[in-house]
Design a protein around this ligand. Structure first.
Ligand code: DX5
Ligand code: ZN
Length: 216
């Protein structure tokens, strides 16, 4: 299986969301990456349930929802109802992470955990067997278009090791500053899924850019 591509709709044109969703449907992308920010856990506010539901209406591929919010437990059912397939919470936002992960799965979604750039991969050792996805942040969460933090490459290798050691089936996804160069290094390090926002949507031909990433 080649690398999976999850274009981040945070960088799409919100006045033409149906058009951009259809572009992703027709492209070689695998998932839709959807960034929810609450202005509390991260210093930015993006969008919430009505926008996710609107995307779901047109999307023909799984919704990979990355929630950068405080108190995620409160909204698990709402994310399911809005059409989420994979729900990724932040390690740093969850006091009772085991309970949160079980609740996500009980609601019928796949469960992911995201790690901020400063959070060590090893902290996942007692939950890794339960996870479907580990999301390595290669920028500080909150904004698209930031510079890639190189240490993420090492963290991908560490996450793959942890997964193998514990017999976990989790995929390793990387989010932030992904382009052809950083994407290539991440794939070589073992990344299973690449998120790309500004690199796709600011390019002259987003469909071709997705295909180029998919070919890495
Ligand atoms: C950042 C978000 C990312 C963002 C990536 O907090 O989690 O998904 O959209 O954007 P680029 O690819 O532009 O770094
Ligand atoms: Zn994201």
């Amino acid at each position: 299986m080649g690398v999976l591509i999850s274009p981040s709709v945070l960088s799409c044109d919100f006045a033409n969301i149906q058009r951009d969703v259809e572009m992703i449907n027709a492209s070689s992308a695998d998932w839709f990456h959807i960034d929810v920010m609450d202005g509390v856990f991260v210093p930015n506010i993006s969008f919430g349930f009505p926008v996710i539901s609107a995307i779901k209406k047109h999307a023909t591929k799984p919704l990979d929802v990355h929630i950068m919010i405080a108190n995620p437990d409160q909204y698990i059912e709402d994310f399911k109802n809005a059409g989420t397939d994979i729900l990724t919470v932040h390690y740093e936002a969850c006091t009772h992470l085991h309970r949160t992960v079980q609740a996500i799965k009980a609601a019928g979604m796949k469960a992911g955990v995201a790690l901020n750039p400063h959070t060590p991969v090893d902290l996942l050792q007692d939950i890794i067997a339960d996870l479907d996805l580990v999301l390595i942040m290669s920028v500080n969460p909150g904004f698209g278009g930031q510079k890639f933090i190189k240490n993420a490459i090492l963290k991908v290798e560490q996450a793959k090791n942890l997964i193998h050691r514990h017999g976990s089936r989790a995929l390793v996804e990387v989010d932030g500053g992904v382009n052809m160069e950083t994407g290539k290094e991440l794939v070589e390090a073992g990344a299973d899924v690449l998120v790309a926002g500004s690199f796709v949507f600011n390019s002259p031909n987003p469909t071709q850019t997705i295909a180029a990433l998919k070919g890495l």
